[in-house]
Design a protein around this ligand. Structure first.
Ligand code: AMP
Length: 433
């Protein structure tokens, strides 16, 4: 591709000023490939993960159009899977819109009652860009005041995630109300057949762009440890102590584990908050804001956060468990090393999670280094590259390697004295990034 500067795209001067103010110096590969196609009015299906700059890849050309247009109607609808992503895109638009007079509104559920009226007002007054989760948007459509007759651009962002969340029917319901003549852009981290089917139904003669799919950014240092479940918290304590943690996200697949991990991390003497789908919108936002502002440095989250959330300078990701879906591994660790920085992602692999590693390694085309656990945590399980999914019946092997010489007591963080006493024991190679 020839364009390697934003100037080469021939964007509106005001938008270029916005790009400069956002600190973007050169376009990312997805931007280099997508922006000219979008400016040429093409429908687009793009396979790109978060962290690649995909949001600006569609926002910039659309804002360029909007900056030349009348501002009396909603021209652009961006459908997204989660409220966090909706808010984040809306904030990015606001960043550019400081220079380009585009109005946008994020429409999502679960917040205070008064936001419904603000959303209704923005919809009826014809905000240029609506960024919405499908369910909430349909709720507004059902009230009869949503007029999409002049809609020109439909964007499906993180389409695979939307389908995973069961939004297919909602998407089709919304699309039915849109003008046939429009430009449609579909962004997805993965391209399973159901995405192809969706694309076939709603895109017209699309250009396809595929960036190296599902490969974590080069700057991520990936490591793993094979551990028994009960060694996970002591290992976490060891790592937080050893690593130069600026900010860390600890991911777990289990909602029920979030609070326990938060409490354990606090007992270790570190500030931490948890975020998961059970929390109210306000609580989730307050936690995200506190994390962004560095009020606390450790955030514990379920996979709801693993996609699309944009917090700068996360130095470490801990996968407290191995995600069920290999794609989620890529999304989780993609929270660090964003936009060409570096970061460290460490995965704790328990015996019964070993079988999930192969699929991840196939996907990332890389073997995860498996480091020895610190000697003072006792022996870990052996790595078994042929491990298979355990039978769903109660785990027959549960106690086979339970490290039975270790007493069954709740995890207690080690005190400084203990740490000093332990400091003669050999440490695994876990120095900073
Ligand atoms: P996204 O993939 O859209 O989630 O973007 C990931 C991060 O990269 C966001 O923080 C963007 O603001 C940032 N970003 C997007 N494009 C660029 C660029 N050309 N240069 C530097 N940062 C960028």
């Amino acid at each position: 591709m020839s364009e390697e500067t934003f100037e080469a795209f021939n964007l509106h001067q005001d938008l270029l000023a916005g790009i400069q103010a956002m600190g973007y110096k050169t376009p990312t590969p997805i931007q280099v490939r997508a922006i000219p196609e979008i400016l040429a009015n093409k429908d687009l299906i793009a396979c790109a993960q978060t962290g690649t700059g995909k949001t600006a890849a569609y926002l910039l050309p659309l804002l360029d159009r909007i900056s030349h247009a009348n501002h009396d109607h909603t021209s652009t609808l961006v459908l997204v899977p989660t409220r966090e992503l909706a808010k984040q895109i809306d904030e990015q638009i606001e960043g550019f819109a400081y220079f380009v007079p585009a109005q946008s509104i994020a429409i999502y559920g679960g917040n205070k009652g008064d936001s419904w009226d603000a959303q209704k007002k923005a919809i009826t007054s014809g905000a240029d860009i609506i960024v919405a989760t499908p369910g909430r948007f349909i709720a507004h459509m059902n009230m009869g005041y949503v007029n999409l007759d002049k809609l020109e651009y439909l964007i499906l962002d993180e389409a695979d995630k939307m389908l995973d969340m069961g939004f297919m029917d909602d998407i089709m319901r919304i699309v039915r109300d849109l003008p046939q003549k429009r430009q449609t852009l579909l962004f997805s981290a993965t391209m399973p057949s159901k995405i192809r089917e969706l694309a076939r139904r709603i895109l017209q003669d699309p250009i396809e762009i595929s960036l190296a799919v599902s490969k974590p950014a080069e700057g991520i240092d990936q490591r793993s440890y094979i551990v028994y479940d009960k060694q996970k918290l002591p290992l976490l304590q060891h790592l937080i102590q050893e690593l130069d943690v600026q900010s860390m996200i600890i991911f777990t697949s289990r909602k029920s584990a979030v609070n326990d991990i938060v409490k354990a991390v606090r007992r270790m003497g570190h500030s931490a908050e948890g975020i998961m789908s059970d929390r109210t919108q306000e609580e989730r936002e307050a936690a995200m804001q506190g994390f962004r502002n560095k009020q606390f440095k450790i955030l514990v989250a379920t996979d709801i956060l693993s996609r699309g959330i944009d917090v700068d300078n996360i130095s470490h990701i801990i996968n407290f468990d191995v995600p069920h879906d290999a794609e989620d591994y890529v999304h989780r660790i993609g929270r660090t090393a964003r936009a060409s920085t570096t970061g460290t992602a460490i995965t704790f692999i328990s015996e019964k999670e070993q079988y999930r590693i192969k699929r991840i390694e196939q996907l990332i085309e890389k073997v995860l280094p498996k480091l020895p656990i610190p000697a003072d945590l006792g022996e870990g399980p052996a790595y078994d590259p042929t491990a298979r999914k355990p039978a769903s019946a109660p785990n027959r092997n549960k106690n086979r390697h339970s490290g039975s010489d270790r007493k069954k007591k709740p995890f207690q963080p080690r005190t400084n004295n203990q740490r000093e006493k332990d400091s003669s024991s050999p440490k695994p190679p876990v120095s900073g990034t």
